[in-house]
Ligand binder design. Structure first.
Ligand SMILES: *Cc1c(COP(=O)(O)O)cnc(C)c1O
Length: 379
C-alpha cells in the first residue's frame, strides 16, 4: 500500500534529535515560553525574512490573533469586513468570525485554486478592512494582484500561510541584491502586513502536536501579539490587554527547531515529485493543477480534479494507492456556518465535488511515485 501520507516515516528521520531535544527540555525545568520558543521565533523569522515571529497555539489562533491585534491597534473594529477565498479551509473563515468581523467570500479560480481575481472588486464595501489571501495547497496565490488591489482600497493583507512554509515569490521589478542575481525572492509570511502559519503535524513544517506562528514586519503588531497570546501581559501578572492563552508549546518549539533545518530539502523533494507527476501523468480523465512557477509552490498537497471522484478513489484504493479529499464540503455549505449557506459560488462548488489529493510527501521513494503514475495512467 502506498499511503496518502506516512507521518511516522517523516518523523522517524529525526528520532535521535527529538530525544535529545526532549531531554534538554525536561532537564531545563522551564516548560512554557522558554528558550526553545524564543529560539524558534528568531530562527523562523530569519527563515521567512521578516522582523518578527510570534509563536502561538495553532494556525487558527495565529490568524485570529492578527485580527485581534489590529483591533487593539485601532486599524480594524468589530463588524468590519474581511475578504477571503470561498474555497479555503474553514479555519480562515472561523478566525474572521471569532475576531468579531464579517467574512466576505470570493469565488475561486479552478486552475490554481486561488482567488478569482475578477470578482475581488465587487466584494469591497466601505467597511472592508482586510483581505486574506490563502496559499492553498502550498501555492502562493496571485500576490502581486492582491497587493495592488489592497493598496488601491487601503486594505491590510493578511496571509494564510498555513500550507506554504518556504514558498517563494519572485519580485520581477525589484533590484537584484547581488550583481547577476536576477532572482530576488520574498517568502510566504513576508508578502503582506502579517501572516499566520500552522505547524499541525501534516503541514510541510509540522510539529508533533499543535502549534502556530504569526510573522510580521509590523513591530507595533508584534508587541501587541506577544501580550495577547499570554493573557495580555508582557510582565508576569501585569495584564495590559484582555488577552488569550495561546502560546506555542515549548516542547513543540524544540521539535520544530530540529525540523526547520530540513524544510528546504523536503520542499525541494516535493517539487521534484510534483514535476514528475506533471510530466508523466497522462490521463484525460484526470485534470492536473497548473503550476506557473515551481519556486512559488511547496506542494503541501498535490490536488487533481476528477469528474467521477468516488469511482476514481475506489479504483485507487483497489490498486493500493491512498487518496484524500481537501476538502469535501465548502465552508459556505457547512452547517457550522449556517449564515453563509444561502451563498452560491459556482467554481468553488465544482472544486469541492471534483478535487482529489494523491500521495505527496518528502519521504516517498521514486518507485512509489512511479507506481502512483502507472496506476493513474491506467485508470
Ligand atoms: C491547517 C490550516 C489552518 C489551521 O491550522 P491549525 O493549526 O489546524 O489551527 C488554517 N488555514 C489553512 C489553509 C490550513 O491548512
Amino acid at each position: 500500500m502506498i499511503p496518502f501520507l506516512d507521518l511516522h516515516k517523516i518523523n522517524a528521520r529525526f528520532e535521535t534529535q527529538f530525544q535529545e531535544a526532549f531531554k534538554h527540555f525536561l532537564d531545563s525545568g522551564y516548560y512554557i515560553l522558554g528558550n526553545s520558543v524564543a529560539q524558534f521565533e528568531k530562527t523562523f523569522a530569519h527563515y521567512c525574512g521578516v522582523k518578527n515571529c510570534i509563536g502561538v497555539a495553532n494556525g487558527l489562533e495565529a490568524l485570529r490573533l492578527i485580527l485581534e491585534g489590529y483591533k487593539v491597534l485601532g486599524k480594524i473594529k468589530e463588524g468590519d469586513e474581511v475578504i477571503v477565498a470561498a474555497n479555503t479551509y474553514i479555519a480562515t473563515i472561523l478566525a474572521i468570525k471569532q475576531a468579531g468581523l464579517k467574512p466576505v467570500l470570493v469565488d475561486a479560480e479552478a486552475d490554481t485554486y486561488g482567488f478569482d481575481i475578477s470578482k475581488l472588486e465587487q466584494a469591497v464595501t466601505t467597511i472592508t478592512k482586510a483581505i486574506m489571501p490563502v496559499h492553498l495547497y502550498g501555492q502562493i496565490t496571485n500576490i502581486d494582484i492582491v497587493t495592488a488591489f489592497a493598496k488601491a482600497h487601503n486594505l491590510l493583507v493578511i496571509e494564510d500561510a498555513a500550507q506554504a512554509h518556504g514558498a517563494k515569490f519572485q519580485i520581477s521589478n525589484s533590484k537584484p541584491q547581488i550583481p547577476n542575481d536576477t532572482h530576488h525572492f520574498l517568502k510566504a509570511g513576508n508578502l503582506g502586513d502579517a501572516a499566520g502559519f500552522s505547524f499541525y503535524p501534516t503541514k510541510n513544517l509540522g510539529a508533533l502536536g499543535d502549534g502556530g506562528a504569526v510573522t510580521t514586519n509590523d513591530d507595533a503588531l508584534a508587541e501587541v501579539l506577544r501580550k495577547l497570546r499570554n493573557y495580555g501581559a508582557s510582565t508576569k501578572y501585569v495584564n495590559e490587554l484582555q488577552g488569550f492563552n495561546s502560546r506555542l508549546d515549548e516542547l513543540q518549539a524544540a521539535f520544530l527547531l530540529v525540523k526547520l533545518k530540513q524544510l528546504d530539502t523536503d520542499n525541494n523533494r516535493r517539487r521534484e515529485i510534483a514535476k514528475t507527476y506533471l510530466t508523466q501523468l497522462f490521463n484525460p480523465k484526470v485534470i492536473l493543477p497548473v503550476v506557473p512557477n515551481y519556486e512559488a509552490h511547496v506542494f503541501h498537497l498535490f490536488v487533481v480534479r476528477v469528474k467521477n471522484r468516488n469511482e476514481f478513489m475506489d479504483y485507487m484504493e483497489q490498486h493500493r494507492v491512498g487518496t484524500l479529499i481537501h476538502y469535501p464540503i465548502a465552508p459556505h455549505k457547512q452547517k457550522g456556518l449556517i449564515e453563509l449557506n444561502h451563498l452560491i459560488f459556482p467554481v468553488t462548488d465544482i472544486l469541492h465535488d471534483t478535487v482529489v489529493s494523491i500521495p505527496m510527501s518528502p519521504v516517498m521513494t521514486d518507485e512509489e511515485v512511479q507506481e502512483v503514475i502507472k496506476v493513474i495512467n491506467s485508470y
